[in-house]
Ligand binder design. Structure first.
Ligand SMILES: Nc1ncnc2c1ncn2[C@@H]1O[C@H](COP(=O)(O)OP(=O)(O)OP(=O)(O)O)[C@@H](O)[C@H]1O
Ligand SMILES: [Mg+2]
Length: 267
C-alpha cells in the first residue's frame, strides 16, 4: 500500500455537526467508518491510498465502486491541492451515463462530507451541484460530449464508465490539462469495446488497475451468488469478465480477423 488513507480534519465547529473526539483528531476516516459503516476492504483501501492520477476499477456489481469514488472525491474536496486553493477551491466533476446515476454518486459524497463535519449547499443555476465552505465544488453531469466541456476539473469521476460513450472520454481529459488533475473511473465491464475496455487492456503504468470479483466482496452472501450464477450476465456483472454481447452479431475477434494491415488489401 502506497500510504495510509486519512481524511483531513473538518473546519472549526462546522455547525455543530461534528465535535472532534480524543484520538480522532477531528474527522479522520475513522469517523466516517464509525458513523456510516464504510470500512474499506483491502482493495478499497489500496484505491483510497494510491498516489496515482489515473485509476481504473473493474469490479463486481455492489462491490462498493461508487462509495470508493465518493471517498476519494471527499478528500480532494476537503483538502484541495495548493493550485486548486489558488483557484478558489477544487472542482470534482462526477460523470455518469445519466444525471440520475451521477446524482447517486453525489449523494454518497454528500453523506461522507456530512459525517466528516462539512456542510454543503446547492449552486444556483445547476441541477446537480454542491459547494463546501472552503469553495470546493462537486458538479454532476450526464455523459454527453457537449455537457462535459468548459470545466477545469481537479478530479473527474466516471461512474459506470463502460457505458460512457468514447467521445465523452475524449472531451473529459482536456478538463484536467491545466490542473494535472485525477481521473478515476469505475465500472462493471460491457463487452470488449470502448474506452473502458481499451484502458483496462492497454492502459500504461500511469494507471492503477484494480479488479475485484463478487467472490472477494464480504458483503455479498454465498447464497446470493449461487442464485445469480445461472444468469447469462453473471460473468460480466459479478466476475469482471469482458464478454461479447449477444446483441452483436459478430464478435470483436471475428472483426479483428477481417482487418489486415496488408496495404494491398486496401487498394
Ligand atoms: N467497505 C464497505 N463497508 C461497508 N459498506 C460498504 C463498503 N463498500 C460498499 N459498501 C456498501 O455496499 C453497497 C454498495 O456500494 P456501492 O453502491 O458503492 O457499490 P457499487 O459497486 O457502486 O454498486 P453498483 O454496481 O450497483 O453501482 C452500499 O450500501 C455501500 O454503502
Ligand atoms: Mg455504483
Amino acid at each position: 500500500m502506497e500510504n495510509r488513507f486519512r481524511f483531513p480534519p473538518p473546519p472549526e465547529d462546522p455547525a455543530g455537526h461534528h465535535s472532534p473526539e480524543k484520538g480522532d483528531e477531528g474527522g479522520g476516516l475513522e469517523i466516517i467508518q464509525e458513523r456510516t459503516g464504510f470500512v474499506p476492504d483491502p482493495k478499497q483501501a489500496l484505491v483510497l491510498a494510491s498516489q496515482k492520477k489515473r485509476i481504473i476499477l473493474n469490479c463486481s456489481r455492489q462491490w462498493g465502486k461508487s462509495s470508493v469514488l465518493a471517498a476519494r472525491a471527499v478528500r480532494m474536496l476537503i483538502a484541495p491541492p495548493e493550485s486548486a486553493v489558488r483557484q478558489g477551491g477544487a472542482l470534482v466533476l462526477v460523470v455518469a451515463r445519466t444525471l440520475a446515476q451521477a446524482g447517486e454518486t453525489m449523494r454518497k459524497i454528500e453523506r461522507f462530507l456530512k459525517v466528516a463535519g462539512h456542510e454543503t449547499r446547492g449552486e444556483a443555476g445547476k441541477t446537480l451541484a454542491m459547494r463546501l465552505g472552503n469553495g470546493s465544488r462537486v458538479v454532476g453531469v450526464a455523459a454527453e460530449e457537449d455537457k462535459v466541456r468548459s470545466y477545469t476539473a481537479d478530479m473527474v469521476i466516471l461512474d459506470e464508465a463502460a457505458r460512457i460513450p468514447d467521445d465523452v472520454w475524449g472531451a473529459i481529459e482536456p478538463t484536467l490539462a491545466t490542473t494535472d488533475g485525477d481521473l478515476v473511473v469505475a465500472s462493471t465491464p460491457e463487452g470488449k469495446r470502448g474506452m473502458f475496455w481499451e484502458v483496462w487492456t492497454n492502459g500504461g503504468p500511469e494507471w492503477l488497475k484494480v479488479q475485484a470479483t463478487v467472490h472477494e466482496c464480504p458483503r455479498i452472501s454465498k447464497e446470493f451468488i449461487e442464485a445469480q450464477r445461472k444468469k447469462p450476465s453473471f460473468v460480466q456483472e459479478y466476475e469482471c469478465g469482458f464478454v461479447d454481447s449477444s446483441r452483436y452479431l459478430i464478435s470483436r475477434e471475428s472483426v479483428e480477423r477481417l482487418i489486415t494491415s496488408d496495404e494491398k488489401a486496401l487498394r
